[in-house]
Design a protein around this ligand. Structure first.
Ligand SMILES: NC(=O)c1ccc[n+]([C@@H]2O[C@H](COP(=O)([O-])OP(=O)(O)OC[C@H]3O[C@@H](n4cnc5c(N)ncnc54)[C@H](O)[C@@H]3O)[C@@H](O)[C@H]2O)c1
Length: 437
């Protein structure tokens, strides 16, 4: 990532494409429509509500982030996407039962006009769903070409300057990178041969990158976390980031764990369980899809707590994560954590958390922020992995061989310092010596 000599202005319209138009995507779309009409507030969105300190504390410069870096305006956003079902965004939002009809009916016409394009879908990657709005091509390269055409048509029809994409589709089954994912050449060969290891999300990501559209991965899917697509993104100067929106229980974990560690309090065990009844919960009821989620949820504590450096505090920690599909709850998940900690001389203590959260309410502002920051990255000429957006992810993508920073506060500092750096401001180190000279 080079400091941009200049950042292209956010002129014209920005298309935000979501492969997957279920609970998260429609809550994001509807919420953005309500916010730009002044009918509701975009709480949870750093790009819309956050301030950033510049210079010394005594300088009193704390502009809003959206006034400091050139972000696209909410009024300039056009929404589009793909889904396995024909429901338009209004109908899908009603089915998802996240937002109330009082809210949705205020924007019914605008929301109903967002209709999903037909999906790329291979049922072996999401075993609990069957598609009805699915592309008919069978060859994976032809499917990628069809998605590329969708993107070009969408841009043309809506007179768009630029597009970004945020994956809001279901969690695919867990799979590891293989030889076909190892280079662009092998991947393209694999597409032509319809290699079984190429997932639907990879077909979208390939097509989007080829069309110059940044790809943010909201699920724990492997997708762009493979050498072939990282290489392609770099070659085309297209930003990619992921994986798995950091909401709910994992958000709490990455807020709490750094605090416990900073005070050198030990942890013997961390048991997390959730009940969840939306379609995401149904998909995650399949052990292979859950495996993708489990890997992403389990990884966060390891890099925050660094058991290798602190074996007495965290070396024997038992960490378990469960998700139970429980339909009556819908999107209104309940997440429990039991944390067995210990302090001075090893005396045990316990922390219990019962987080009655709403998954999509926490995820929607992340979709908005990621889309706007990915667009900023694109206009700054930053291709490849955008590690500075780790703040939003459970399982952040990093350069090969580099461990991910999962501590929310380090991630926020990084995000803000990147913005200061790109705009030519002094980085804030919190040294603060100058106040005492
Ligand atoms: N809500 C959260 O807090 C949260 C947090 C982290 C990650 N996520 C992830 O975000 C994703 C979306 O969550 P959700 O609650 O909206 O789920 P959802 O089931 O309501 O929506 C997913 C949509 O994706 C569609 N879909 C599946 N495969 C597709 C394909 N190949 N092409 C196009 N569409 C496809 C489904 O038909 C469905 O409508 C999931 O992968 C979920 O794990 C959500």
């Amino acid at each position: 990532m080079k400091k941009p000599a200049q950042i292209a202005p956010a002129t014209g319209k920005l298309g935000i494409l979501t492969p997957g138009m279920g609970a998260v995507a429609t809550t994001f779309i509807a919420g953005t429509m309500l916010a730009r009409r002044g009918l509701a507030q975009p709480f949870g969105s750093l790009t819309q509500l956050g301030h950033i300190r510049l210079g010394k504390r005594t300088d009193k410069r704390q502009p809003m982030i959206k006034d400091f870096v050139p972000l696209a305006k909410l009024d300039d956003i056009v929404f589009g996407g793909w889904d396995l079902f024909h429901d338009d965004a209004y109908k899908a939002a009603c089915n998802a039962e996240v937002l109330t009809r009082e809210h949705l009916d205020l924007i019914k016409d605008e929301l109903s006009a967002v209709k999903p394009m037909s999906a790329v879908f291979f049922p072996e990657f999401v075993k609990r769903l069957r598609g009805e709005n699915v592309k008919t091509q069978t060859n994976k390269m032809e499917l990628a070409e069809a998605v590329r055409k969708d993107i070009r048509d969408f841009k043309k029809k809506n007179n768009l300057e630029r597009c970004v994409a945020v994956w809001c589709g279901s969690t695919e089954v867990h799979h590891e990178a293989t030889d076909v994912h190892s280079s662009v050449k092998k991947f393209e060969e694999g597409l032509r041969n319809s290699d079984a290891a190429i997932s639907p999300s990879m077909v979208y990501a390939y097509a989007l990158i080829k069309e110059g559209v940044g790809y943010a991965n909201g699920a724990p899917n492997l997708t762009t976390d493979i050498p072939a697509l990282i290489e392609l993104a770099r070659e085309h100067g297209v930003p990619i980031s992921g994986k798995d929106f950091k909401t709910g229980q994992t958000l709490m974990k990455t807020i709490l764990a750094p605090g416990l560690k900073s005070r050198m309090l030990g942890i013997r065990g961390w048991f997390s369980t959730n009940i969840l009844g939306n379609r995401d919960g149904e998909v995650l009821d399949d052990p292979d899809s859950f495996k993708s989620k489990e890997v992403s949820k389990l990884g966060v504590l390891e890099t925050i707590l660094q058991p290798d450096f602190y074996p007495d505090l965290y070396g024997k920690m038992y960490h378990k994560v469960r998700i139970e599909y429980y339909p009556p709850r819908g999107d209104q998940k309940e997440g429990w954590d039991n944390i067995d900690i210990f302090g001075w001389l090893g005396y045990p203590m316990q922390i219990k958390i019962d987080f009655l959260c709403r998954d999509s309410i926490l995820a929607a502002p992340i979709v908005l922020d990621l889309a706007l920051f990915m667009d900023l990255a694109q206009r700054s000429g930053w291709g490849g992995i955008q590690e500075w957006l780790s703040f939003y992810y459970k399982s952040p993508m990093t350069a090969p061989g580099l461990y991910a920073e999962n501590d929310l506060f380090i991630q926020l500092m990084k995000l803000k310092n990147v913005m200061r750096w790109m705009m030519g401001e002094t980085l804030i180190t919190h040294l603060g010596n100058e106040y005492y000279e």
